[in-house]
Design a protein around this ligand. Structure first.
Ligand code: BGC
Length: 354
């Protein structure tokens, strides 16, 4: 596995880039700064490879300003209302870094720390074991959390994310991966033509600050019904209160686990019709945040001069539901001492119509 220097983090720690490849020529470049996937090259239906994730050429780009391009998110992916929660009778206060709310772990989440990386190769493929020990009280969260996340590129063109964590005090945990995809190629237009199918009968409606209302709403008759293949752009401009609150799609889908909580099940199928590229997501998580790149506005200049205009990338973040620490009706995100946090998501790339 190739390993090259990628500069230094603000604290001075050296940062590297690791290149994962498989026999079919698929290549993922990953840095131990924030566990960021820098690039992901996959073939189209004619065998042409292109990079299908957004990001920057240099570490400086990520340090200057990044809306979590490619990053590993923790300690809590998504929002916690007003940066507050009560656990075992004690109130905790976290940074409010997204309007009045806490987002993606705070001011210095797991996306902005240097992880220890150990490369490996096995019969499945090659990958990296990323480890980070988050100190007790970091970003306001209780307990020392030891997180170990494995990225594997398999011989079957899958990127597999295995998340593990243990703690010495009860704490919320919700780890995810925040790659922005454009299966037509990075910087090659908006993502509205991607045809999406979600295995979700319900979604999480939100208030205008993107905090769940608490209810899980039936998708039937709403622009959130992707149970049949539908282009992202087909209904995104409809006059719908939920699309207004999210400024587009920025909502969690409640995945249909067929009664098997924690089983690896299909979450999403995405087809980019002009290239035939397909991405299929399977996860053990109960939810998936679908974000249609609504806050991209052309101000960020990415790889090889790409300009990230409105909706030039989408994220599909497998995770527990937003604001779970304050939502008694949602599956719990609390990890306790002696328990083992374990979560797996598989992003599989292929082509259709070859
Ligand atoms: C959130 C968006 C946010 C984006 C980048 C997504 O996970 O749902 O609201 O803008 O991350 O920060």
């Amino acid at each position: 596995m190739e390993r090259i220097p990628f500069g230094a983090a603000p604290g001075g720690q050296p940062v590297e880039v690791y290149t994962l490849t498989n026999k079919r020529g698929v290549e993922a470049r990953v840095t131990n700064y924030g566990g960021i996937i820098l690039s992901l090259r996959v073939p189209d239906r004619d065998g042409r490879f292109d990079d299908v994730v957004l990001g920057y050429d240099s570490l400086a780009g990520y340090l200057a300003e990044s809306p979590y391009f490619g990053a590993l998110i923790g300690r809590y992916g998504n929002r916690i209302a007003r940066g507050r929660f009560t656990l075992d009778g004690k109130q905790y206060t976290l940074a409010t870094n997204n309007g009045v709310n806490h987002l993606h772990g705070g001011l210095k989440g797991f996306d902005k720390v240097v992880w220890t990386a150990e490369p490996f190769e096995n019969e499945q493929g090659m990958g990296l074991v990323l480890t980070y020990v988050s100190p007790d009280g970091e970003e306001g969260y209780p307990g020392t959390l030891t997180a170990r996340v494995t990225y594997t590129l398999t011989g079957d063109d899958e990127l597999v994310f295995d998340y593990h964590a243990t703690t010495d005090k009860a704490t919320p945990v919700n780890l995810t991966q925040h790659s922005y995809f454009n299966l037509a190629g990075d910087g090659k237009g908006d993502i509205l033509g991607h045809v999406v199918t979600f295995n979700a009968d319900r979604f999480v409606p939100i208030d205008p600050t993107s905090i769940p209302l608490g209810e899980l709403r039936d998708v039937t008759g709403t622009p959130f019904d992707f149970r049949r293949p539908t282009a992202i752009g087909a209904r995104i401009r409809q006059d719908d209160e939920q699309l207004r609150n999210g400024l587009g799609y920025d909502h969690s889908l409640v995945l249909d686990k067929g009664g098997k909580a924690g089983a690896l099940t299909l979450a999403a199928h995405v087809l980019e019709p002009t290239t035939g590229r397909v991405m299929e997501i399977h996860t053990t998580e109960p939810g998936m945040q679908f974000y249609s790149g609504n806050f991209l506005d052309g101000s960020l200049k990415g790889k090889k001069g790409a300009v990230y205009h409105h909706r030039y990338g989408f994220a599909m973040e497998t995770q527990h539901l937003p604001d779970s620490p304050n939502q008694p009706g949602f599956p719990s995100t609390i990890l306790r001492p002696g328990e083992y946090y374990r979560s797996r998501s598989v992003y599989r790339f292929s082509v259709s119509g070859a």
